[in-house]
Design a protein around this ligand. Structure first.
Ligand SMILES: [Zn+2]
Length: 427
């Protein structure tokens, strides 16, 4: 068996890993890294003007050419750093994922040959290899751990995940993970983003309490909340608390609207009756005119938590809309900073500009979607892999994971393998 690190093994983003057995290769994930693209272009649409070669050079997409004989593409979940390069790389093989993730895939890449499967179903890729998706909690609905059943044993790909026993939309399938642990897991390919963080990643239930606490505290002025447009459970929590405030709720930004529509189709989101969705600049501008003089009557949910230049929140602070934030307005940042230097910089710029208006900032109404050290230790105990390949992180993050695995008795270079983008290893 050969494992190839294609993307996500230098920094967080543009994830792809190859698993080859004989002449056959399965590609897992096909993600994009948007913050590096922002160094060149403000809008994601500008992707089209660059060649594949350029996008690989700019660290925007994984170099799929590294993999030979790809027979299937599996997608673990619908985050863009796992699915977003599909329309660029256009794999001409079956693309396998959960139903929800498949809908996101179809939206991004109309010409793909998609196969959607239920959790725990086995999809036969060939006579020798089948794929199974196992339910897990993360920060987008219908995330999965990918399991490849092969003649040499199972491959488990755990990127991304956390163990949240209080999620309102998902459950970690501990029973199935334990069963896998009783079999033969040859290798675990596992995210390492928060492997430097102690303890366990808190449940989403903590955010619900934080939101309640903050929203009860704010007595007047305009309130703007921002979060990940794909984080449906978080969006539901924000809207549920906002509904109690007796304010008009406006949801602004194309990506929020698209993801809310999808979640509603899957019965995952109850929109409050007084919520209005606005996508076009014209509709947003018209509403802002009304808000100007009645600030305390409105609650906005908007895109822009990372300070993305083309988001609604960035355009509000930049004066693109005919509207000025005031002293006494409040901004709720319901998202952590995606840990790359560019995101840290754009978020810093956003917060600095917000402060220049005298806005109250409520930061860190957030828990991560990624496993911390004790979550990782628990996964190792459940599935007992023979080999470990840390992925989804910088060398610091992956080294921290390696140190944790060493504490659990795995031997460096023999059982723990640190790869860089482009490396592969025979196991
Ligand atoms: Zn993710």
């Amino acid at each position: 068996m050969k494992i190839t690190a294609v993307g996500g093994y230098k920094a967080v983003g543009r994830n792809m890993t190859g698993v080859s057995i004989g002449e056959e290769t399965i590609a897992i994930d096909n993600g994009i890294r948007l913050d590096t693209l922002q160094m060149y272009d403000r809008e994601i649409e500008a992707l089209k003007k660059w060649s594949l070669e350029d996008l690989v050079r700019m660290d925007v997409i994984p170099e799929i050419e590294r993999l030979k004989g790809v027979t299937a593409q599996v997608i673990s979940h619908g985050h863009l750093d796992h699915i977003g390069a599909l329309p660029i790389n256009k794999p001409r093989v079956p693309i396998i994922s959960t139903h929800y993730t498949t809908e996101i895939g179809r939206r991004e890449c109309q010409e793909g040959d998609f196969y959607s499967i239920d959790y725990n179903d086995e999809f036969e890729i060939s006579k020798e290899i089948s794929v199974e998706l196992v339910e897990i909690t993360h920060s987008i609905p219908y995330s999965s751990l990918v399991v490849l059943h092969t003649p040499e044993g199972d491959v488990v790909y755990a990127s991304d995940f956390r163990f949240d026993n209080h999620s309102t939309i998902a459950r970690p399938d501990y029973k199935r993970l334990r069963e896998l642990g009783k079999g033969n897991v040859k290798v675990l390919i596992v995210e390492s983003t928060r492997s430097q963080e102690k303890g366990k990643t808190p449940s989403e239930a903590i955010v619900r309490e934080k939101l309640k606490d903050v929203m009860e505290f704010i007595d007047n002025g305009l309130i703007i909340a921002t979060t990940f447009s794909t984080h449906i459970e978080r969006i539901q929590s924000i809207l549920t608390e906002a509904e109690k405030l007796d304010r008009t709720l406006l949801i602004l930004g194309k990506s929020l609207l698209r993801n809310i529509e999808l979640a509603q189709r899957f019965g995952l989101l109850d929109l409050p009756f007084n919520a209005k969705l606005l996508s076009t600049s014209k509709a947003i501008t018209n509403s802002l005119k009304e808000i100007k003089n009645n600030r305390s009557d409105y609650f906005l949910l908007a895109t822009g938590h990372q300070g993305e230049p083309d988001s609604v929140l960035s355009r509000l602070v930049d004066g693109t809309f005919p509207f000025k934030l005031h002293k006494g307005d409040s901004v709720l940042l319901c998202a952590g900073v995606i840990p790359t230097p560019i995101n840290r910089a754009t978020r810093y710029v956003l917060e600095t500009k917000l402060r220049s208006f005298g806005v109250n900032i409520f930061d860190d109404i957030h828990v991560s979607g990624h496993a911390a050290r004790e979550d990782h230790r628990y996964l190792l105990k459940l599935i007992k892999p023979d080999h470990i390949v840390p992925c989804h992180g910088s060398i610091d993050m992956r080294s921290a994971y390696a140190a944790l695995a060493a504490e659990e008795g795995y031997e460096m270079n023999k059982k723990i393998h640190l790869l860089m983008n482009g490396d592969s290893i025979d196991l």
